[in-house]
Structures are given as C-alpha cells and as structure tokens.
Design a protein. Structure first.
Length: 310
C-alpha cells in the first residue's frame, strides 16, 4: 500500500504574557486526523494588551518558543499561522451582491467568491485592514438561510458577512518581529476563532455558542450560530487586571498577587476566611472575603463589556 507523505502546519500564538508554538501533522492516509508533534513556549514581556511595545523582548520569546518546538518535532519552522489579538481588533457586518455569470444560471464557486469579495468593498477608517471574512448566510433570488449556494440556480446571489479588521500599524509591528525572527507569515487569524475551533463541538456551533477566551491582557469573544461566525470582539480586560487589582487592594506586590489569583481566586462564595501564600520564603496571609470582593468586581466589569457586545 502506497503511503502519502504527511503534511505539517505551524502555529504561533503571540500572547501578552506567553508565546507558544505548535507543530501539527496531518496524515493524508487518515483524513481528519491531526497530531501535535511539537510544541514550545516562552514568557513574553514585550507585549501590552496584545500589542508589541518592546520588539527585542518579543523576538526573544518567539525564538525560544520556536526553537523548542523545532527540537521536539524535528521539523524546521519557517512559515507560521499567527494569531491577531488586542483591543484594536474589531468586527463589522457587510453585505455582498452579484449577478450569476453562467448562462445556465447555476451558481459556482467563482460566484460565491465574487459575492464575498463584493462584501469587502467598503471604505475603511485610516490605518485599518481586513484580516478575515466570515460568510454568515447566503440568499439566492431572495431565498434566505442558505449555507452553501454552489449548485443552485438563480440570477442574484447575496451574502451576509462578518468582517474582522485590525490596525495596520499593529500588523506591521507584528510582521516586523516575525521577519526579524526569520519567520514568514502564512496568514493571520483571529485568536478567538482559533480557540473556538479547538474547544467547540459541531453541535455547539450549530445551536449557538458564545466563547470567551480570557487571556493575560485581553479577553477574546466570538459568537457562533448555525455553524458560522456571527460576531468577533476583543475586550481590553484580562488576567493582568485582576492581578493589579489584588496587588492594590491587598497592599502587596504583583508577584504575591499573582500567586493569590492563581491559587485562590474564585467567584464562589468564600467558605473559609484566611488564605496564605508563600513567596521567596515568606508567608503572606489575607482574608478570603477581601480576595473574593476584589476579583468579583473586576469580573463583573468584564461581563458588562461582554453584555454590550451581545
């Protein structure tokens, strides 16, 4: 039996606090089967809320994560799919309309692509560019709720899309650190979409789901219904905000506050009053009610932002 050479893909997640690189293998002999054959991670201190603020620090983190992934997988990482994150990422709805070009009025892939491209013809604000287009719904001669119009007949094809845009300077800064890390960009993708693909089942995508990916500097939101992306947003609140709040409220330093958050932060009502964490050989004690109150206040604010997006 002839065996097909497996193909590899490379992903790079450049987060506010960490950079992670993965190497995946898709085997043509086992359709749909994907294995992670390499991974690497490194602490990132060169980003703030998803934006590059210190190039050298980001380059160092990328290099360490990629080198580790290469060592584990035995593969050379040269082209990567890169996540785009930060409060500069926004989504908007747009409609595209085209006439069916074939004499038989049968809709083909070319017609579908033309309709989606027509939806992107818009005047964007200065220093903005489109990074992804999601087709939500098609209409053929007024018939609505069509998922795939290819093969149908009609004279007019419409598509409702959700278009994600990002700051051009931010993308340029991201491209610059990747270039200096000797990596080429295969394409950019929205962080929340990658998270949704990883954790949501097909049934959850069809019935309707809201996914929140709470990172260090930002929270990514994606709404998926009928199997399609309906809305994407990035909220400028993340785990770092909770750490800062704890440091101020508990009158302690950030390292201790981070330990308190990781080990004891919860939204459940406190069932005991005192907590203790140990940092650099010294014990620090706080009341659980104080921790709960501080965390709850910031999470309430986060969900107020989420509610506005929905």
């Amino acid at each position: 039996m002839h065996e097909t050479t497996p193909s590899y893909f490379f992903g790079l997640d450049i987060g506010t606090s960490m950079v992670r690189c993965i190497v995946g293998m898709a085997d043509a002999n086992e359709p749909g089967e994907i294995s992670i054959v390499g991974h690497g991670s490194a602490q990132n201190i060169g980003m703030r809320k998803g934006a590059v603020v210190h190039q050298d620090d980001v380059i160092e983190a990328i290099t360490h994560a990629v080198t580790e992934a290469e060592r584990v997988s035995g593969r050379r990482v040269e082209r990567v799919t890169v996540n785009v994150n930060g409060s500069h990422v926004t989504g908007l709805n747009s409609k595209g309309v085209v006439a069916i070009s074939a004499a038989s009025h049968e809709i083909g892939d070319e017609d579908r692509f033309r309709a989606e491209e027509a939806a992107t013809v818009m005047k964007l604000p200065p220093n903005r560019e489109i990074i992804q287009v999601f087709a939500k719904n098609y209409r053929v001669d007024g018939q609505d709720n069509i998922k795939n119009p290819v093969g149908m007949q009609g004279v007019r094809l419409e598509v409702d899309t959700h278009i994600v845009t990002a700051s051009t300077p931010h993308l340029n800064n991201l491209a610059a650190v990747l270039d200096k890390s000797q990596l080429a960009v295969n394409h950019f993708t929205v962080s929340s979409l990658a998270a949704a693909e990883a954790v949501l089942s097909r049934q959850q995508k069809e019935s309707g789901s809201v996914l929140l990916d709470i990172g260090a500097g930002t929270t990514n939101l994606v709404v998926i219904e009928d199997g399609e992306v309906q809305h994407v947003a990035v909220i400028p609140i993340g785990g770092i905000n909770i750490t800062n709040d704890l440091a101020i409220g508990l009158k302690t330093d950030l390292a201790v506050a981070e330990l308190v958050k990781v080990k004891h932060a919860t939204l459940a009502p406190p069932d005991y009053d005192s907590i203790t964490v140990k940092y650099e050989g010294k014990e620090h004690s706080f009341t659980k009610s104080d921790v709960h109150m501080i965390v709850e206040a910031r999470v309430d604010e986060l969900f107020e932002y989420v509610d506005k997006e929905l």
